[in-house]
Design a protein around this ligand. Structure first.
Ligand code: 5GP
Ligand code: ZN
Length: 135
């Protein structure tokens, strides 16, 4: 399914031109227009899924394989030192475009790209609450 109001549907399906690094029948991989680092790319499925909650399992199972292929090739091209994969779901998590996508962010030793958080401490009550609710 496509969403007529979704910019990533239009980009993924070639209605809006993009800097395409890779394309197959399920996905298009493009350069991000506001990159966190040189080479920052986005994996877009061609079908519309708002986020990971909606993504169908078959597509989900292909995404990480494609991410591996892309970062392997792009690491050779960019000569970067590492990669972050970032995938936001919901506005609270920083999602701004509600068409599932995975960010591939090249990292260079000593860069100041901000995808880190301040580590907290796992509280006993939180651990017990979460583990008991999962049972
Ligand atoms: P989110 O915050 O939803 O995880 O990430 C959305 C990303 O899409 C942002 O990094 C933003 O720069 C990128 N983006 C938004 N609109 C466009 C566009 O029209 N073209 C491209 N190439 N990237 C876009
Ligand atoms: Zn879409």
């Amino acid at each position: 399914m496509k969403d007529d109001n979704c910019i990533f549907c239009k980009i993924a399906n070639g209605e809006i031109p993009s800097a395409t690094l890779y394309e197959d029948e399920d996905f298009r991989v493009i350069l991000d227009i506001s990159p966190a680092a040189k080479g920052h790319a986005l994996i877009l499925p061609k079908e519309h899924y708002a986020d990971l909650y909606e993504l169908e399992d078959e597509t989900a199972s292909k995404v990480l394989v494609l991410a591996k292929k892309m970062i392997t090739r792009m690491t050779e091209i960019l000569n970067c030192d590492g990669y972050n994969l970032v995938q936001n779901n919901g506005e609270a998590a920083g999602q701004t475009v509600h068409h599932f996508h995975v960010h591939l962010i090249p990292r260079f030793n000593g860069d100041k790209v901000g995808v880190a958080w301040k580590p907290g401490t796992l509280k006993d009550e939180d651990r017990e609450e979460i583990l008991s609710k999962l049972k």
